[in-house]
Ligand binder design. Structure first.
Ligand code: 4GM
Length: 236
């Protein structure tokens, strides 16, 4: 998977060159390039923005500058994503589908905004990472790269891939609680079933815990049948 990030702040992406993303890059599973929009400025002072027609506060990124940055990386198989609070909410299912793309171009705007004509011309999908406003699209772009990369073949360990296939059918459920040594900590012991060695019972307990946990913390993620099942488990 190739990511090309169009941004005025390429240095903000230093942190994602590490951890899981770093391993994936070394294995050539993903490739992230940072394109500085300022390199496509039309004047010697490297200006990229101008005042809005019709007046008002602030500045806007010029369409020609953004378009030239885009043209420098665009291929036949590119999908352009604009990170914005007005976008479609990012979730696990959208991330998994984006991982099927060959080339993602991520356009990062900032408080200034971007001329609407270039957005209409080049953007395929507008995506939001949540209902809050940030100073720029850079953090949302990093969040998207991280979650999409997890679904690129070979990025996750064999183990996590197996875990995922378990969660596949339980995608709207939160993860069950986990425990390690010591068996007793501050008076609290590890649930008996987990030390039982009965794999069928352990699997069943984990499914029930996922359901109960989701019911308590995020009931809106459950359908009616799952809610009834959770209520039944809590009564018994
Ligand atoms: C407004 C328009 C994305 C603000 C375009 C970007 C939050 C998100 C920005 C923009 C952002 C989000 C920059 N803030 N919720 N700020 O995904 O690029």
């Amino acid at each position: 998977m190739k990511f090309d990030v169009l941004t005025l702040f390429p240095e903000m992406f230093e942190p994602i060159k590490h951890s899981i993303i770093e391993r994936a890059s070394k294995k050539d599973l993903i490739d992230i390039s940072l394109i500085n929009i300022r390199d496509f400025s039309k004047d010697k002072h490297k200006h990229v923005d101008d005042t809005p027609y019709g007046g008002g506060a602030g500045m806007l990124l010029r369409p020609d500058v953004v378009y030239d940055a885009y043209s420098s990386v665009k291929k036949d198989n590119s999908k352009v994503i604009y990170l914005s609070p007005k976008g479609k909410p990012l979730n696990q299912s959208l991330a998994r589908n984006l991982a099927k793309e060959e080339h993602l171009i991520l356009l990062c705007g900032h408080y200034e905004g971007i001329d609407q004509r270039v957005l209409d011309e080049i953007v395929d999908e507008e995506i939001s990472i949540g209902d809050y406003v940030l100073t720029g699209g850079e953090l949302p772009a990093m969040v998207l790269i991280d979650t999409v990369s997890r679904y690129v073949d070979g990025v996750l360990s064999e183990d996590s891939t197996l875990e995922e296939s378990f969660s596949e059918g339980h995608e709207n459920l939160l993860e069950y609680p986990s425990y390690t040594r010591p068996v007793k900590f501050r008076g609290k012991t590890v649930p008996e079933v987990l030390i039982s060695g009965n794999h069928k019972e352990i699997e069943n307990w984990r499914k029930e815990q996922s359901l109960i946990m989701t019911y308590k913390k995020r009931p809106e993620l459950l359908n009616e049948k799952q809610k009834a099942e959770a209520e039944k488990l809590l009564k018994k």
